[in-house]
Design a protein around this ligand. Structure first.
Ligand SMILES: [Fe+2]
Ligand SMILES: [Fe+2]
Length: 312
């Protein structure tokens, strides 16, 4: 698939949908959320935490051992409380099996979202490393493997850039769980590689590229808009790559295996349509240039239909 054709499709899809008033977020993608706990003495630790500029907090101790950011609050002059803030990545990037969900830690929702996005970019590095090794072992054309390696390098840059933007807002990516060495070893069945590429690449990463185009134009955070211009172009090339890897892998599958891949793609497409709306505040959606929920749903549906992902 040609990168230019995909880019044209994305521009047409975004242009064809209203980007009117941001409604209240109502999507099913896990939101940034916070919990409030009593502030125990053990939470005042030497390591420091996100405490709004007051005395340091040990967020791990304050938030029941979870790796959450936190800040001290008081309500109506009562006993001090700690608010634990957590964000999961609602982005649709490429991951590989065995990884935990991407997450970010931050003092505010936008910072946590930036950090979660950086975490997802970091996961994509490992996904492409693994794919390059597997395609090499399967005897894939050198040019195809080289494109996967280039995509990996792109993800390194994306991860660094998003981490930098997150750190400027006092946020950082949560440590992610690496795929255990034995699970990264070669020897996965071709059908499993094809399913992962189809779901993570043809469906999720392709939607991620579409969102990146939207963000490059609509992000009101000028630094993010600038970053997204480059990221949108590169993510589109990753999306095109995933479709080409898919075509090469399909030729090596039996009829039954191809049916399995189609089934997983249909499932992923249905799930994407449900998950497309990102449940973040209007302020964060605006800063990040993400579409409001109704537009996200419509973009996902339009992309799925245009690329016939609902047919597998
Ligand atoms: Fe990326
Ligand atoms: Fe990517």
């Amino acid at each position: 698939m040609k990168q230019r054709s995909l880019a044209k499709l994305f521009t047409a899809l975004i242009g064809g949908l209203s980007i009117g008033a941001h409604g209240s977020p109502c999507g099913s993608c896990p939101p940034t959320y916070s919990t409030t706990e009593p502030l125990l003495p053990k939470a005042n630790g030497p390591d420091g935490g996100f405490d709004g500029g007051e005395e340091p907090l040990d967020c791990n101790a304050a938030c029941n051992g979870s790796t959450l950011s936190c800040r001290k609050i008081t309500v109506d002059g009562g006993a001090p409380l700690v608010e634990c803030i957590f964000a999961e990545s609602c982005g649709a990037g490429r991951r590989t099996s065995g990884q935990s969900r991407a997450a970010g830690l931050g003092v505010d929702e936008y910072g946590a979202w930036l950090a979660a996005t950086a975490s997802l970019e970091r996961q994509s590095i490992h996904a492409f490393s693994r794919l390059a090794r597997e395609l090499t072992s399967l005897g894939a054309p050198r040019q195809l493997v080289e494109r996967v390696r280039v995509a990996r390098s792109d993800e390194v840059r994306h991860s660094r850039r998003m981490t930098r933007l997150a750190s400027q807002r006092g946020a950082r990516p949560a440590p992610s769980v690496r795929v255990p060495r034995e699970r990264r070893a070669l020897g996965r069945a071709i059908v499993d590689i094809a399913i992962e590429n189809a779901v993570e690449g043809r469906v999720r990463e392709t939607f991620s590229a579409l969102l990146a185009h939207h963000q490059a134009v609509h992000a009101t955070d000028p630094m993010l808009a600038l970053a997204m211009k480059a990221i949108a172009r590169e993510e589109t090339s990753h999306a095109a790559l995933s479709h080409d890897v898919h075509a090469w892998l399909l030729l090596r599958l039996t009829k039954t295996e191809r049916a399995r891949v189609r089934h997983h793609v249909r499932e992923a497409a249905n799930k994407l349509e449900i998950d497309a709306a990102i449940d973040l505040s209007t302020e964060t959606l605006t800063l990040a240039g993400l579409p409001p929920p109704a537009v996200s749903h419509a973009l996902a549906r339009a992309m799925i239909e245009a690329l016939e992902l609902d047919r597998g």
